[in-house]
Design a protein around this ligand. Structure first.
Ligand SMILES: [Cu+2]
Length: 350
């Protein structure tokens, strides 16, 4: 109680009780932004207070004994000094053994926890090179800042392109080396949205000190939106392949089949180039503009026989993705002019 009171007075924002699993930073330690940070800090304080206690005890005994058993003047009677004491021997062996065993046990448990990522961890590739960090997301998007979702286990799979670097995120209580030619791993569950510093903690050349980045912990929904907005899901694909990818990734497939079966929404098979009856009368030709307005403003024209339940994709879909979708829809339709084998055409023309 006295200890936690003392530590409280040292905490920067007053609210940080060092023995709780998360919280504000103290004067000594940064904010705890992951689940594991509390464990690491508790272990640190445990060892710190034991060390401080024994340091004080030993220094006090040293001073007392120095006075008590000091060299006497001629004629003075010296203090009789004990030569052996079994009880003292047992106590000063047993207590350190118990303490060291406790330190090992808590430390080992924390180490095992911090080395074993949950199977459903979200994986991000990390590359260190002189003198910058590169973070690659599962969809291929590459960034120089690390964005992670809160409340979700994240695993970093890391390697270096040149010399040894070390990824250090003090607020996460994580530091792990990146070694060329090998993969090293680290994982965490971030619990506090916010921006935290990333350092390189292994001297790696003249610009080592500027090998900095930031980890941005976002609430899970914001992270998903961020990833979508920054993903180039079309890269390296033909328009038709890209359109199919958009169809899968954006969830069109939940409502639109490709095989002619009606679902929540009309099938995409033979859709492009056909004429559709609209609710409330009238017909419309499914062309490029109709597809685009169906995606961006689905409620403006409702197809006869269906409910107006399609969500708008405005702000969630990019122009090139709509273009790719149109190419994909054309490839599924007998009413649309098909691109005839572009590879063969390319081979025949200069
Ligand atoms: Cu470095």
């Amino acid at each position: 109680m006295i200890l936690s009171g003392l530590l409280n007075t040292l905490s920067v924002r007053g609210a940080g009780v060092p023995f709780l699993a998360t919280g504000d930073g103290t004067f000594w330690l940064p904010v705890r932004a992951t689940e594991a940070a509390g464990t690491v800090d508790n272990l640190f304080y445990f060892i710190f207070w034991i060390s401080l206690f024994f340091f004080t005890l030993l220094m006090a005994l040293l001073a007392i004994f120095a006075v008590r058993y000091r060299r006497r003047r001629e004629g003075e009677e010296p203090e009789p000094s004990p030569s052996h004491n079994l009880a003292v021997e047992v106590v000063w062996t047993a207590i350190p053994v118990l303490l060291v065993a406790a330190i090992f046990w808590f430390g080992f448990q924390a180490y095992v926890d911090m080395s074993t990522p949950p199977l459903d961890s979200y994986q991000i590739q990390v590359t260190g090179q002189k003198w910058k960090w590169t973070f690659t997301y599962p969809n291929g998007y590459v960034d120089e800042l690390l964005h992670v979702p809160a409340d979700r286990p994240v695993q970093l799979v890391m390697t270096s392109q040149d010399v040894i670097h070390s990824l250090s995120i003090p607020a996460f209580r994580i530091k792990r080396d990146l070694v060329p030619g090998r993969y090293s791993k680290a994982w965490f569950t971030a619990v506090r949205p916010g921006d935290y510093d990333i350092y390189c903690a292994e001297y790696c050349g003249t610009q080592h000190s500027s090998m900095l980045s930031t980890v941005k912990v976002l609430p899970p929904e914001e992270f998903d939106a961020w990833l979508l907005a920054h993903s180039d899901i079309l890269s390296g694909l033909t328009p038709v392949e890209g359109g199919e990818r958009v169809y899968n990734v954006l969830g069109c497939k939940q409502c639109h089949s490709l095989d002619g079966a009606a679902g929540v929404g009309p099938t995409f098979r033979d859709l492009f180039g056909s004429e559709r009856p609209l609710k409330g009368g009238g017909r419309v030709l499914v062309d490029e503009n109709y597809v685009s307005s169906s995606v961006l403003d689905p409620q403006s024209q409702i197809v006869q026989g269906f409910e107006p339940v399609m969500p708008t994709f405005k702000g969630r879909i990019k122009d090139q993705e709509i273009t790719a979708l149109i190419a994909f829809l054309k490839s599924l339709s007998g009413h649309a002019p098909r691109d005839e084998a572009p590879a063969a055409a390319g081979a025949g023309t200069p």
